[in-house]
Design a protein around this ligand. Structure first.
Ligand SMILES: Cc1ncc(COP(=O)(O)O)c(C=O)c1O
Length: 418
């Protein structure tokens, strides 16, 4: 087993963007939750598609067949990433928000006044507003699951108390893109099913950090976005076959009625999908290399990758949290206890007693440390915490970040506070 710190440092060579400098110092990318950098092989896959196989779907000639082969391979790779055994149950689209908005129209088709939909105060708005709008159109009722303010976790008692035989859907995120909380989605799916409701999981923020497993979670639908897991700007969705087949898709007449085409409206971003395939294969190769098992199949290799990534992120994340807790002017929102690491990912949101979030982000940015300020569209959360309109500053670690970057960020924050 190679030394993991060295292993992850070497991986950085595969990401051209990480070579960027500001004032002769390497840039620190802590903006992964808003979109990660991509390895060279993803860039090459996109270029290769456009230069060699560029064609529309379903043609009776070589480039179209080659293009369709790339798309089929991408569906299989995405199924491996999500833990689905049926690659036709995965479909692509522009991004998670657009997929979810389109899907909400189909899923809500049978909702009636008296039906209820559960959304949460922790979620990104892309897993809130589509359901609120759909419920409004159908006369259904939306209920909000509250959070525990002290640690920004979902109030699970509140969630359970709001489930009833009127609940049609529970929409919940796997991990918060704001404060990093990981939700027990397997339990939530079970409780929802016991009440007769379906579940829609937002895995956008969870995807670059840990194993997605739609089968063991017993989910009904899940959406995520490849630009958050080292791929290009493409969205992905998965659903249970029988539900995807039964639901009425809003689609044009000549488009297929079977899976997955039924849910992929219009011509897809083929070059982007080629890039998604390359991103998933990058992660699988990471798993093969770090485990020393070159022959692993893709799903098994991805499990190895997430185990190693999780460990590396935990070490960096705990160092970041410990350092932040030592700066009196800084408040960390969310789980801070080191022994509760399994309940979070290394996405940390902070506020400062004197500086506004935008000013902190601006000053860190000038220092070559790229962070996000605001609500990052997790608007219910910042409203609930009383943090609008300024929001917070988000420091988001992914596996290509380093201990040195964590220390440099902490030093910069200490300087801001001095
Ligand atoms: C948790 C979460 N859900 C949904 C989204 C929306 O994803 P997309 O940009 O693919 O629409 C984001 C984007 O930041 C996110 O972080």
């Amino acid at each position: 087993m190679p030394d993991t710190t060295q292993f992850f440092l070497r991986l950085r060579d595969q990401f051209p963007a990480l070579e960027r400098e500001l004032d002769e110092r390497p840039v620190v990318y802590l903006d992964g939750p808003a979109g990660t950098q991509v390895p060279q092989r993803v860039i090459e896959a996109i270029q290769q598609y456009l230069s060699r196989h560029n064609a529309n779907h379903g043609g009776r000639f070589a480039t179209s067949r080659e293009s369709d082969e790339v798309l089929d391979r991408a569906h299989r790779a995405a199924a491996d990433l999500l833990g689905a055994d049926d690659s036709d149950t995965v479909f692509f689209g522009p991004n998670m928000t657009t997929l979810t908005l389109a899907f909400s129209r189909a899923l809500s088709h049978s909702w009636r006044p008296g039906d209820e939909v559960l959304v949460t105060r922790l979620d990104h708005d892309a897993n809130v507003s589509p359901w609120v709008l759909a419920a409004r159109d159908r006369g259904a009722t939306v209920r909000f699951v509250e959070i525990r303010r002290d640690d920004c976790t979902l109030d699970l008692d509140d969630l359970r108390s709001k489930l009833s035989d009127r609940t049609r859907l529970v929409a919940v995120g796997c991990a918060s893109n704001s404060v990093g909380t990981v939700n027990p989605v397997g339990d939530i799916c079970r409780w929802a099913h016991d009440a007769g409701a379906l579940t829609f999981l937002d895995a956008v923020h969870y995807a670059p950090h840990a194993v997605i497993d739609v089968a063991s979670w017993d989910a009904d639908f899940l959406a995520c976005s490849a630009y958050k897991f080292f791929g290009p700007h493409v969205g992905l969705m998965w659903g249970r076959r029988e539900l995807l087949e039964a639901l009425p898709a809003y689609k044009v007449r000549p488009a297929p009625d079977d899976l997955p085409g039924k849910w992929m409206t219009g011509t897809q971003n083929h070059e982007g999908i080629a890039g998604v395939l390359a991103a998933i294969d990058y992660l699988a190769d990471l798993g093969r290399e770090i485990s020393g098992q070159a022959g692993l199949d893709r799903r098994a290799a991805l499990l190895e990758a997430w185990a190693a990534v999780g460990q590396h992120e935990q070490q960096m994340g705990q160092r970041l949290l410990a350092g932040l807790l030592d700066i009196p002017e800084v408040k960390v929102w969310g789980i801070t206890a080191a022994d509760r690491w399994t309940e979070r990912v290394p996405t940390v949101s902070i506020t400062h007693s004197r500086l506004r979030a935008a000013e902190m982000a601006e000053r860190l940015g000038r220092d070559g440390i790229f962070v996000w300020a605001g609500n990052y569209y997790a608007l219910q959360l910042t409203e609930t915490l009383g943090l609008e309109p300024d929001g917070m500053v988000r420091l988001g670690l992914v596996h290509y970040n380093t201990f040195e970057e964590v220390d440099r960020t902490l030093a910069a924050l200490r300087r801001l506070s001095a």
